[in-house]
Write a protein that binds this ligand. Sequence first.
Ligand code: SF4
Ligand code: SF4
Length: 70
Amino acid sequence: MESVKRKRRKAAVNQSDCVACGCCVKVCPMSAIRVVRGVAAQVNEDKCVGCGKCARECPASVIEIREVEA
Ligand code: SF4
Ligand code: SF4
């Protein structure tokens, strides 16, 4: 039987293009994203549920929802 790898959706920030506006932080229902040292947003993958709210709000479009191995 073929093994089925479980996938989970997680947000990923392109930090070099993040403008640190904090919009993603305000909309995240899981408090899974924060702006680190006022420079760029960072996702806590343990908390992120991949809902995509942050990606929709980001004015710089630097958040991508990716499928990762569970
Ligand atoms: S995808 Fe959802 S849970 Fe994950 S960081 Fe963005 S808003 Fe938060
Ligand atoms: S909304 Fe986008 S640009 Fe603003 S802090 Fe979050 S990732 Fe960076």
